[in-house]
Design a protein around this ligand. Structure first.
Ligand SMILES: Nc1ncnc2c1ncn2[C@@H]1O[C@H](COP(=O)(O)OP(=O)(O)O)[C@@H](O)[C@H]1O
Ligand SMILES: [Mg+2]
Length: 467
């Protein structure tokens, strides 16, 4: 009958037939010392073990109830206790988690009602199998009704997985969304940044784009442009000053030099006077060169350095330079050589000659015994190098030498009388060609200056075109 009503539950019954509910409460209340209570619970356990019956619960591994749980049950007003417990069932080797209702109360079959006696004998009574609400003086039983929680447990686990997956998916979506949004919001800022990075001393007339976003990025771009305007103004003023000053100096220096020449040629100065006049002539010549250099720097600063583009034959070009400097090299016993491939490239021959003459004369001034001019082709670039066996340059000075008026702190640099502008002018010219210039050196072993230029738009010579 019980199986009929609790078909998917496990059931167990233990009769405490010597007790009524009230006598159980009284017995618990009167057990004062721990020993008395232990004795009472031992008695109850013996009673339960001897009277246990069960449906779908392993009788050998009964549903355990601790003494304190039993006490709570006895003292509870409605005689009910609900627990979660691992219950061992015959169908399963492992105990399963079950929700347990334990009821303490009299257990007796329902009083057969009139006309229903036959139906009751059939097994199932519609009036219910048992009645638990009997008068207080009847002996009590412990009834366990346990329901398997494993399906609920499984469902909960699935739910947990679903929530976890949803959470991760949400996190991912939110993350990518936030990243994309931030990227979009930062896009104008990036454009401003890229533009700002392009702008240098050569192109101060350019401005960063002003995004019409109406926010801080717009005001930042406008502030940057205002700053560029002010910088452009002061750069321009400085450049114009150098350029005007050089112009103004040219005339008086030419006059000084002319008058010194006149005095030397047309008058009859004494030995001492002639020596002074020669010094004046030499120094004004130096001044003329310096003024020309300053003018050229001012021009390349303002981007006004105009580069012509003509095809240049590298080997021939280097050979011409060695010829031009041969007298100077011979005078100090230096060997000048050229070697390497013959590459045709595009450039301004006069300006590039100025660059290489400066590099070779630097090597001569440094006191090299052998100077080698080399040309080589690297992918779509040509590299012209000037190698010397001079004293070399300390590594920390290599870049600084391209600064204006910067020279090495040795006596030779001073004695040879360069102003320290040659390499900065050379860099201006090479930059205008879209190339690079740098120095490599090993102190004590010599220096190599490299000029690397894009080959540019020259017709490729096939094998059959070469004579
Ligand atoms: N090949 C070299 N070997 C040693 N020192 C060098 C060499 N080339 C340049 N220098 C140093 O770099 C300085 C700057 O060179 P440069 O800018 O051409 O100016 P300048 O020739 O007018 O002195 C030189 O004064 C010299 O001290
Ligand atoms: Mg020089």
């Amino acid at each position: 009958m019980a199986r009929y009503y609790f078909s998917d539950s496990s059931l167990a019954v233990e009769d405490l037939y010597v007790y009524t509910r009230q006598s159980l409460i009284d017995a618990l209340a009167s057990a004062q010392t721990p020993e008395d209570r232990a004795q009472l619970f031992r008695n109850l356990a013996a009673l339960r073990d001897s009277s246990r019956r069960s449906l779908a619960v392993n009788v050998d591994q009964p549903i355990g109830l601790s003494d304190s749980e039993l006490e709570r049950l006895i003292n509870s007003p409605d005689g009910r206790l609900t627990l979660n417990r691992m219950v061992s069932v015959p169908a399963n080797s492992q105990p399963v988690l079950m929700r347990l209702l334990v009821v303490l109360g009299p257990l007796r079959p329902p009083a057969p009602q009139e006309g229903e006696a036959e139906a009751e004998q059939g097994g199932a009574s519609p009036a219910g199998p048992f009645s638990l609400d009997a008068p207080d003086d009847e002996s009590v039983s412990l009834v366990y009704v346990a329901r398997d929680l494993s399906t609920v447990q499984k469902l909960l686990e699935q739910l947990q997985n679903v929530v976890l997956v949803l959470f991760l998916a949400g996190l991912l979506t939110a993350g990518t969304g936030a990243y994309a949004l931030a990227g979009q919001a930062l896009q104008p800022l990036r454009r401003v940044q890229r533009a700002a990075e392009r702008i240098g001393g050569q192109n101060l007339t350019e401005r960063v784009p002003v995004p019409r976003t109406g926010d801080e990025v717009e005001s930042l771009a406008m502030a940057l442009n205002a700053m560029l305007g002010r910088l452009e103004g002061s750069f321009e003023a400085q450049r114009r000053f150098t350029s005007d000053a050089s112009h103004e100096l040219r005339t008086p220096v030419t006059a000084i030099s002319g008058h010194a020449s006149y005095l030397l040629r047309r008058t009859n100065p004494s030995g001492q006077q002639a020596e002074s006049l020669r010094i004046i002539q030499r120094e004004s010549e130096r001044l003329t060169n310096l003024i020309a250099s300053l003018l050229q720097l001012a021009r390349s600063d303002s981007g006004a350095l105009v580069i012509t583009r003509e095809p240049i034959l590298a080997a021939l070009f280097l050979f011409e330079i060695t010829q031009e400097l041969a007298p100077l090299a011979q005078a100090q016993g230096t060997a000048l050589r050229t070697e390497g491939e013959d590459v045709t490239f595009e450039g301004d021959p006069d300006r590039l000659k100025q660059v290489l003459i400066n590099l070779v004369s630097n090597a001569l001034k440094a006191g090299a015994q052998t100077i080698t001019l080399r040309s080589a082709r690297l992918a779509d670039e040509v590299r012209l190098s000037v190698q010397d066996d001079g004293p070399g340059i300390p590594a920390d000075q290599l870049e600084r030498l391209f600064d204006r008026f910067y020279r090495l702190e040795d006596s030779r640099s001073r004695d040879q009388g360069g102003a320290g502008l040659g390499l900065s002018i050379a860099r201006g010219i090479v930059d205008a060609h879209g190339g690079r210039i740098w120095l490599e050196s090993e102190p004590g072993a010599g220096t190599t200056a490299h000029v690397q230029l894009p080959i540019g738009n020259v017709p490729e010579l096939g094998e059959e075109d070469v004579p």
